[in-house]
Design a protein around this ligand. Structure first.
Ligand code: HEM
Length: 398
C-alpha cells in the first residue's frame, strides 16, 4: 500500500527536523512504500542493518530506466551525455568506470592536495575578517569544496558560478520544474565545449587525464567521459557543503560543543565522523531497482520496484548506535553509512574528510568566538529528500 506522504516531504517542518518521522518509521514500518515529491513510488529502507545490506545487494540495480534528471530531457543525446556514469551502472561497466578515476581519488593523492586546500580555506577566512555578518554557507561551506573540485577536474574559475546554479537545480530534481531540463541542457553543452577545448589544448588536470585514456586506449566513450565529469562535479558540489554547513550548525547551536572542539582540536576526526552520522549530508541513497522479487527486512519487494536507503535514518538507528540522538564529539565506534556502502561507496570520501578537517580546524582557530547571527529556528533547509543541507547559515565571525 502506498502512503501519501508527498505533503510531509514538502512540509518545512519535516525538512527542519525529519528525525522523529524516521524514528517512528523504524519502529512501525521500517521498509515502507512512499510517493516521492516527483510522484514516483519508492520503498524507503530506514533501519541500519536492512540499509547496509540493501546498499550492497547485487539484486538491486543502479541502472535506472526512469531517472528523474534524464527523463526530463526529450533529447536522448543530452540524456546519455550525463547518464553513463558509475553511479548509474552495475558491474562490469561500473568496475571499469570506477577503476579509471580511482587512481586520482586515493587517500595518498588526496593528502597531496592538503596545502592547496589550506590556502583556499585561509583565503575564504581572510575575506570574512572585519565583517559584521557572514553567511557561512555562501561564503565558506560552498566555495571551498567547489574551488577544490573545479581545480582538481580543470573547470576554469570564471565558470564556477554557472555550475552552482546548474547543480543546485539538478539535485533538486523534479521539484525544480521546468528549470531542470534547461539546466541539464546548458550543462551538457558546456561540458562538451570544455572537453573539445581541453582535447585541443591539453593540460594536467583530471579532464585531460581522462581524455588521454579515451584517445589512447579507447576505453571511455564520449558520453562516458562527459557523464564522469558531470558526476564528479555534482558529487563534489552538493555534498561537502552540507557536511561543513551541518557540522557548523551542530557546533554553533550549542556553545559547549563549539568550545569543546575549539579547545581540543584532537577531537576533529571523531567529531567529523559524528557530524556525518548525526546530520548526514546525503539524506537518502540514490535509487536502486529490484531486478527480481526479493525481501528487505521482511518486506516483499517486487521486481521493478524502486528502493531508497534513508542514510540519515540508518545513522540514527537505536539498534546500531547507543543513544543515537546524542551528538558525541568523541564517539569511538561510528560505522555510519553517510558515504554509502558496497561497490558504490563514495569515491570522494577521503577528499570530503580532508576538506572538513581543514575547514573546521581553521574556522575555529581563526574565529574562536563565532556565533549564530539568528535564532536556530529561523534557519531553513533545502527541499527534496536526496540532500540534507541548510539554505544559509548567518553568523557573526567575532
Ligand atoms: C561529505 C561529502 C560526501 C558525502 C556525504 C557523499 C556521499 C556519497 C554517497 C552516500 C554515495 C553512494 C550513493 C549510493 O550508493 O546510492 C556516494 C557516491 C559517490 N560519491 Fe560521494 N559523497 C561526498 C563527497 C563526494 C566528493 C567530494 C566526491 C568527488 C568529487 C564524491 C564522489 C562520489 C562518486 C563518484 C560516487 C559514486 C561511486 C560509485 O558509484 O562507485 N563524493 N557519495
Amino acid at each position: 500500500m502506498t502512503q501519501q506522504l508527498t505533503e510531509d516531504f514538502a512540509d518545512p517542518a519535516f525538512q527542519a527536523n525529519p528525525h522523529p518521522v524516521y524514528a517512528h518509521w523504524r519502529r512501525t514500518g521500517p521498509v515502507r512504500q512512499v510517493r516521492l515529491p516527483n510522484d514516483m513510488d519508492a520503498w524507503m529502507v530506514t533501519r541500519y542493518d536492512d540499509g547496509r545490506k540493501a546498499l550492497a545487494d547485487p539484486r538491486l540495480s543502479k541502472v535506472i530506466p526512469f531517472d528523474a534528471v534524464n527523463a526530463t530531457s526529450t533529447n536522448p543525446s543530452i540524456s546519455s551525455a550525463i547518464a553513463r556514469h558509475m553511479l548509474s551502472s552495475d558491474p562490469p561497466v561500473h568496475t571499469r568506470l570506477r577503476r579509471l578515476v580511482s587512481a586520482v581519488f586515493t587517500a595518498r593523492r588526496i593528502e597531496a592536495l592538503r596545502p592547496r586546500i589550506e590556502e583556499i580555506t585561509d583565503g575564504l577566512l581572510d575575506d570574512m575578517a572585519g565583517r559584521e555578518a557572514v553567511d557561512l554557507i555562501d561564503d565558506f561551506a560552498f566555495p571551498l569544496p567547489i574551488q577544490v573540485i573545479c581545480e582538481l577536474i580543470g573547470v576554469p574559475a570564471a565558470d564556477r558560478d554557472k555550475f552552482r546554479t546548474w547543480s543546485n537545480i539538478i539535485v533538486t530534481g523534479a521539484l525544480a520544474g521546468d528549470r531542470l531540463p534547461v539546466a541539464v541542457q546548458e550543462m551538457v553543452t558546456y561540458l562538451r565545449a570544455l572537453l573539445a577545448e581541453r582535447r585541443e589544448r591539453g593540460g594536467d588536470d583530471l579532464i585531460s587525464g581522462l581524455i588521454d585514456v579515451r584517445d589512447q586506449e579507447d576505453r571511455l566513450t564520449e558520453d562516458e567521459l562527459s557523464s564522469m565529469i558531470f558526476l564528479l562535479l555534482i558529487a563534489g558540489h552538493e555534498t561537502t557543503v552540507n557536511l561543513i554547513g551541518n557540522g557548523a550548525l551542530i557546533l554553533l547551536g550549542r556553545r559547549e560543543r563549539w568550545e569543546r572542539l575549539r579547545d581540543d582540536p584532537a577531537l576533529l576526526p571523531t567529531a567529523i565522523e559524528e557530524f556525518l552520522r548525526y546530520e548526514s549530508p546525503v539524506e537518502t541513497s540514490t535509487f536502486r531497482i529490484a531486478t527480481e522479487d526479493l525481501e528487505i527486512g521482511g518486506q516483499r519487494i517486487a521486481a521493478g520496484d524502486a528502493v531508497l536507503v534513508v542514510l540519515l535514518s540508518a545513522n540514527r538507528d537505536e539498534d546500531r548506535f547507543p543513544d543515537p540522538d546524542d551528538m558525541r564529539l568523541d564517539r569511538a565506534q561510528n560505522p555510519h553509512l553517510a558515504f554509502g556502502h558496497g561497490i558504490h561507496y563514495c569515491l570522494g570520501a577521503p577528499l570530503a574528510r580532508l576538506e572538513a578537517q581543514i575547514a573546521f580546524g581553521k574556522l575555529q582557530a581563526r574565529y574562536p568566538d563565532m556565533r549564530l547571527a539568528v535564532p536556530e529556528q529561523e534557519l531553513t533547509w533545502r527541499p527534496g529528500v536526496l540532500m540534507r543541507g541548510l539554505h544559509g547559515l548567518p553568523v557573526i565571525p567575532g
